[in-house]
Ligand binder design. Structure first.
Ligand code: NAD
Length: 243
């Protein structure tokens, strides 16, 4: 396992939920943190305080990642303030539960722009400096929905399945350059996203309870430390799906 001291990590959607736990866990592991948030600057500033309390540098950057120019600006601002990104956790996402008959092309495009296109754009933006330095960690936060369909809808499942394709292609093409790319596929982790979906119940989970954000962040930190695991999907799903 490689030490993470002084590595710079960017976690998208880090004001709350899984992203916040990843940011705090990476700071405890020794990273400086770029805390991206969409709207909740108040919560992002709380996350910043937690990072600083771990003795690490931190920065909050606000951006709507469904908008292409905002993704580029987020990475530029982050690199200007803290330096080149070593670890990118593509965590930000939306889940709009929608009946099949109501999934219009607009609904589909919006889910893909936020969940998939944003991860592609952020990855492309950090890769030049990772490749120049021959070190990088890309983590894509997908979902059990990519594997079994899930409780949101085909638009969400498709957006998450696309992340596996990104991870596989980046992993295979960058393996010789010190850059790994992996997927973390959670279900059902107790966050605002799960609490707001009535179909998400612990009865779906073989272990009989929701997972915690800390259990998910543990895996993300492991993937950031490990230079030999690449192109893999690590499931954090209480046994819902085995791979
Ligand atoms: P959450 O709703 O608490 O967090 C989602 C984050 O994404 C928030 O910080 C939000 O601000 C950000 N976001 C949403 N739209 C955005 C936009 N347009 N631009 C920038 N940021 C935006 O939920 P969570 O459970 O912590 O979700 C984190 C990730 O985990 C998501 O990608 C989600 O799909 C995935 N996931 C969660 C579960 C679960 O059980 N909680 C299961 C599978 C996958």
């Amino acid at each position: 396992m490689e030490p993470l001291s002084d590595r710079i990590a960017l976690v998208t959607g880090a004001s709350r939920g899984i992203g916040r736990a990843c940011a705090e866990a990476l700071a405890l592991a020794g990273c400086d943190l770029v805390i991206h948030c969409h709207q909740r600057l108040d919560l992002a500033n709380e996350a910043l305080q937690a990072v600083q309390a771990s003795g690490r540098r931190g920065l909050v950057v606000q951006a709507d990642l469904a908008i292409e120019s905002e993704v580029g600006r987020m990475v530029e601002q982050a690199e200007e303030a803290l330096g080149p990104i070593d670890i990118l956790v593509n965590n930000a996402g939306v889940a709009h539960p929608t009946p099949i008959e109501s999934i219009t092309p607009e609904v589909f495009d919006r889910e893909l722009a936020t969940n998939l296109r944003s991860a592609f754009l952020a990855t492309q933006a950090v890769l030049p400096s990772m490749r120049a330095r021959q070190w990088g960690r890309l983590v894509f936060v997908s979902s059990v929905a990519a594997q079994v369909g899930g409780v949101v809808g085909p638009h969400y499942a498709a957006s998450k399945a696309g992340l596996h394709g990104l991870a596989h292609a980046y992993a295979s093409q960058l393996a010789r350059e010190g850059i790994t790319a992996n997927v973390v596929a959670p279900a059902l982790i107790e966050t605002d996203m799960v609490r707001s979906n009535p179909k998400a119940t612990p009865a779906l989970i073989p272990v009989g309870r929701f997972g915690t954000v800390e259990e998910t962040a543990d895996v993300v930190v492991m993937l950031a430390r490990n230079g030999y695991v690449t192109g893999q999907t690590v499931n954090v799903n209480g046994g819902w799906y085995f791979s």
